[in-house]
Design a binder for this molecule. Structure first.
Ligand SMILES: [Zn+2]
Length: 292
């Protein structure tokens, strides 16, 4: 029975003073509903979900509710309580026999020392018409025994700018440096031995070569890279070595700590697919297409 039903059934038509009694009942329920809303933090309820139609769902019972009060009433009902008990029993049965290791309460916080120096080299194979990007990131002050990591992030996943399915982000992290991200085309990556990463322990340079599958037609070279929005001071320069990147490399955007964990080098799986776009999408980018 929904909350609205309860209200309707609560009235006693025909009885004396029905209107005022009904009003009192409604007032009382409304007070209780508000009290419940104040007392119970729905944001901490793992089964409470607001869908894109503005309705509320119980993810445990798969029921729909028109308002929070209705949802709260449902959580006190028999069906929800039974489902809770069932789930608790199932989880207890599935729990490993060994006691769970205690979760590390405090995540190690490192004082960030700024962005690393970097170099990006665009590479083009005239025979195969395959393009690739070579990233070299310098981590001279990297923590002892630490290894730089990299991770791909889809445009939908990042929160720095409006999403654009034409691009993805390649993030590099190594403590105590800030995470940096490069905006790269969302082209298919070739998962051959041309896709590699290498951590040069002696020179403290992390290299990653990102080969793109050659397209049937020659792509617009200006679409190869776009600078991500960068804030703060520019990264420290890197001593010259080898060839300078033709066309210049974009400054890396700085990502805050607390991003999802990154992959260690040499451990990138096959098949990077951006997740489905969120239901609430930011407005499309106002930026005009890159021109050169
Ligand atoms: Zn429920």
């Amino acid at each position: 029975m929904s909350f609205m039903d309860a209200r309707e059934h609560g009235s006693k038509p025909g009885s004396g003073g029905a209107a005022s009694a009904q009003n009192e009942a409604i007032d009382r329920r409304e007070r209780l509903r508000r009290l419940a809303l104040e007392t119970i933090d729905l944001t901490k309820d793992p089964y409470f979900m607001r869908n894109h139609l503005g309705q509320y769902e119980c993810r445990l019972c798969l029921t729909l509710h028109n308002n929070e009060g209705n949802y709260l009433a449902h959580t006190q009902g028999k069906r929800h309580q039974q489902n809770l008990a069932k789930r608790a029993a199932r989880e207890a049965a599935e729990k490993p026999v060994q006691p769970q290791p205690q979760r590390r309460a405090n995540i190690k916080k490192t004082v960030k020392i700024g962005r690393p120096g970097y170099r990006v080299t665009k590479q083009f194979n005239k025979e195969t018409r395959a393009r690739s990007l070579l990233f070299q990131v310098e981590y001279p002050e990297i923590d002892e025994d630490a290894k730089p990591r990299h991770r791909f992030m889809s445009s939908y996943e990042q929160r720095k700018e409006s999403w654009d399915k034409k691009y993805q982000f390649l993030l590099f992290a190594a403590e105590p440096y800030e995470v940096i991200a490069f905006k790269v085309p969302n082209m298919e990556v070739e998962h051959t031995d041309r896709f590699f990463s290498h951590w040069d322990v002696d020179n403290k340079i992390f290299s990653l070569q990102l080969p793109f599958r050659p397209p049937p037609r020659q792509p617009d070279p200006s679409a190869m890279m776009m600078p991500p929005p960068a804030a703060g001071p520019p990264p420290r320069p890197m001593p010259p070595a080898g060839q300078p990147p033709p066309g210049g490399a974009p400054p890396p955007g700085s990502f805050p700590p607390g991003f999802p964990p990154m992959r260690p080098p040499h451990a990138f799986p096959v098949g990077i697919r951006p997740p489905a776009p969120p239901q609430v999408l930011p407005p499309p980018a106002a930026r005009p297409p890159p021109q050169r």
